[in-house]
Design a protein around this ligand. Structure first.
Ligand SMILES: O=C(O)CCC(=O)C(=O)O
Ligand SMILES: [Fe+2]
Length: 248
């Protein structure tokens, strides 16, 4: 494990070391080749009906650990269209980028540690009674204040501000063995800005999780023919727009 970095292509492609971020305080490591990682990746592709597993469409599994007070500011998992000019990053124009995230919860967390989607409304019981029950009531103002202080977070820090969203917007509480799937692109290949999400500060306990990012075509540095035309390397039924969904 080492302190998490910005998650630009250098980090996951070359295990590169980048500037530490004050807005991502977890630690992480990559599992590029164990049998477990391979099984999880294949299973995710089946779940997504990707029409067969393709190694070049998946990042390595990224294992994360958040200790008390650690968090990740709200962000997108996709890269900006102008990330670099040696790759076409724009799926609307035949490029490739992160399409979806499968996030695995590897531990329970007593308080905090939710994955929050600040642009998405909080769940109501009509949508999912079970999840609403599991989310439970937000801790009282008083309790939260104490948590924030005990975790060594400052009032009005980004972590403190994120906590407000963690209890007011759509948030998934960690539970060992659970996983979530969310998309970074719309079916036509446009980046979905509503996929904005963050990791809420751990307020009690330790959170372990893992990221699997799936691309809509060969990921950065793994295109075998032309990185400026990644989608050209895919069978037609796997290319956007995905009107009928993927072929299973
Ligand atoms: O820890 C979480 O709940 C989410 C982490 C995340 O969004 C990321 O690592 O990109
Ligand atoms: Fe993320």
């Amino acid at each position: 494990m080492r302190p998490s970095t910005g998650g630009t292509h250098k980090a996951w492609n070359q295990g590169g070391s980048e500037a530490r971020l004050t807005t991502r305080t977890s630690e992480n490591a990559f599992d590029m080749q164990t049998k477990n990682a391979a099984n999880i990746k294949r299973r995710a592709f089946r779940l997504m009906r990707m029409g067969g597993y393709r190694e070049e469409l998946a990042d390595g599994i990224q294992i994360l650990r958040y200790e008390l007070g650690q968090a990740y500011v709200a962000h997108h998992d996709f890269f900006p269209e102008r990330q670099s000019d040696d790759h076409n990053w724009d799926p609307l124009r035949g490029g490739s980028n992160r399409l979806a995230t499968v996030f695995l919860y590897l531990s329970d967390v007593e308080y905090g540690g939710q994955t929050v989607f600040p642009l998405v409304d909080k769940l109501t019981s009509e949508k999912s009674e079970e999840l609403v029950r599991r989310l439970g009531d937000a801790p009282s103002e008083e309790m939260l204040k104490n948590f924030v202080a005990d975790a060594g977070l400052k009032t009005n820090s980004w972590e403190d501000k994120l906590i407000e969203k963690c209890y007011g917007r759509f948030a998934v509480p960690p539970r060992r063995g659970d996983a979530i799937l969310f998309y970074s692109q719309k079916p036509d290949g446009e980046m979905d800005r509503n996929s904005l999400h963050g990791a809420c500060p751990v307020l009690k306990g330790t959170k372990w999780g893992a990221n699997l990012w799936i691309w809509n075509s060969c990921r950065y540095s793994l295109c075998s023919v032309d990185p400026l035309n990644p989608v050209g390397e895919l069978p037609e039924e796997m290319s956007a727009p995905y009107e009928g969904g993927y072929v299973g």
